[in-house]
Design a protein around this ligand. Sequence first.
Ligand SMILES: [Zn+2]
Length: 320
Amino acid sequence: MGKKHICLDIGGTKVLGAILDEKDNITFKVKKKTKVDKGLEKVEERIIDVVDELIKESGTDKNEIAAIGAGAPGVINEETGEIIYAPNLPWKNYDIKKVMEKRFGIPFYIGNDANMGMLGEWKYGMAVKKENVVGIFVGTGVGGGLIINNKLFTGKRHDAGELGHMSLNTEGPYCNCGQRGCLEAYASKISITREIKVQIERGRKTILKDLLGEDSIIKSKDLKEAIDAKDSLALEVMDRAVYYLAAGTGNLINIFGPDMVVLGGGVLESLGDFIMPRVKDYVKRFTLPEILNGTEIVRSALGDDAIIYGSLAIIKGKKG
Ligand SMILES: [Zn+2]
């Protein structure tokens, strides 16, 4: 039996795949567009293509692969490997474990992407051996994961930990989920982009206008470029997003009294130096000082590889 693993981060826009060697180091990576708009079969084909390419391009023998793990958005039963539903992908009661095991003849494991990100940080990243941890992952949306009493908490229906849909303002902007004032409606790239566009339409001068171009959602690297150039609108919009991220973080600290909060995702990966000191400052307004004193707030150590490592943890049965 093989000792290597294949781990996948299946997202709404891209599928990232990696081969990890027997020492758990990433040795090879492949990235492809998900092509969500082409439907279920195309998405399935893209995931299979990534695995095929990883094996072929790296010169790995299929027999060297002990298992395949994955993280994907949606409500996923990590015990059975079934995707119950996914809001942004064409999946409902989709037995992806069966499909993948039939195709490759290799055991397949899967969990929710934000939960896998949390698991990655807990087993291989910043939160190793911490008993209670909150993970907030800021990207296109805002995902969350919880470690409670040394165990990944996903709830009885596998749908717990939707931290991004905590409403911070009941009269606030509408979120993709239909509620108002969610953390995601303030801190995600979707909401940051919306705020930038509103301000551009009001006639604000900003280099973000050129950086955004035809893109529907701003890229994290473009936000970073504007922040580095001290663009006043970029500073203002990001400061607002960080303020609400701190409000959400503060609520979660009050509720869970965690040992650690890990902030991750693409936005933190690019803009962590801007975000971290501000979050730590603003969060004081939203927490009880005694609880905050016992909580470390840190930036993800694994960055873009958090879900890959969480998928490795689930292969190895490390859910606590
Ligand atoms: Zn929401």
